[in-house]
Design a protein around this ligand. Structure first.
Ligand code: BDR
Ligand code: CA
Length: 277
């Protein structure tokens, strides 16, 4: 199995992504590193631990990473999981600590895939400290599309400097909104998956319904993790990009692989099957 570390800010779609990884024998979940984002760091870390407890994976260590100004409670709920975090069991396992760079130094092997599905702060710090990620998949950015400002996607907007470092030095596969906006877990999908997971989606669904966007949720982060489980599930194209001060992806000098397409009906069926109980 491919060793996998997920850097995450759970987060409803982060929870789907973590469950997908935990329930996929193709990957071995080596650890979660947490970051601020959808909600503050204490909550994202607690959610990460509790999700692992729920998934029966208290063997998986959690390292607590960077704090910053959070701001997506309108989408993910005040607790990050649509007000339902309390339905998860507590995880008595002690944290690895707060040195995420140290966690990577200790756990990365040449085969390890790191999927970063929150603000890129931890990853940028690790890159600046000389960590080399053998394979880095990042959910973030949008080509001429945003979801936080007109041009900026949330993860990149939350720490533009970190996103820039990752684009310039991390050699990532970027999974942008252009692709994930086509990957919707609609009511039919949600009816098939583990009810504990679909219970997290109420706030998010209400938010999107209010904006008349769709009748479900975007599973942005699970799409990025799927590429670690089934390499090639996402079709990539090389672009030359950079990140501006607002966190928008712009034309630039740095070669980046961008996931542009997937067979969504097939990927959707795969996710439904793995996420059902
Ligand atoms: C990203 O922002 C977060 O709200 C989601 O969890 C996802 O990682 C989508 O823009
Ligand atoms: Ca996320």
């Amino acid at each position: 199995a491919t060793p996998l570390i997920i850097d995450t800010d759970p987060g409803v779609d982060d929870a789907f992504a973590i469950a997908l990884a935990a329930r996929s024998p193709e990957v071995e979940l080596v650890g979660l590193t947490t970051v601020f984002g959808n909600v503050g760091l204490d909550l994202t870390t607690r959610n990460a631990q509790r999700l692992l407890a729920y998934l029966g994976r208290t063997d998986v260590p959690v390292a607590k990473g960077a704090e910053g100004p959070s701001g997506a409670a309108d989408v993910h709920g005040e607790d990050g999981l649509g007000g339902q975090a309390h339905t998860l069991p507590e995880n008595g396992r002690e944290l690895f600590g707060d040195d995420v760079t140290g966690f990577y130094r200790e756990h990365l092997t040449p085969e390890t895939v790191v999927v970063a599905i929150g603000p890129q702060t931890n990853i940028a710090r690790a890159l600046d400290a000389g960590i080399v990620f053998p394979r880095l998949i990042v959910m973030g950015g949008g080509l001429d599309v945003g979801n936080t400002t007109e041009r900026a996607e949330f993860n990149f907007w939350a720490d533009p400097a970190a996103a820039r470092t990752v684009i310039r030095k991390g050699n990532p596969v970027v999974v942008p909104l252009n692709l994930t906006h086509r990957c919707i877990a609609d009511t039919e999908f949600l009816a098939k998956v583990d009810p504990v997971l679909s219970n997290f989606t109420g706030t998010y669904r209400a938010y999107l319904a209010n904006r008349s966007e769709n009748q479900g949720i975007y599973v942005h982060d699970a799409v990025a993790v799927a590429e670690a489980i089934v390499p090639g599930a996402l079709k990539t194209k090389t672009h030359r990009l950079d990140v501006d001060d607002e966190g928008a992806l712009v034309d630039g000098n740095h070669q980046v692989e961008v996931a542009e397409d997937t067979d969504w009906p097939a990927l959707r069926a795969f996710m439904e099957q793995r996420l059902s109980v």
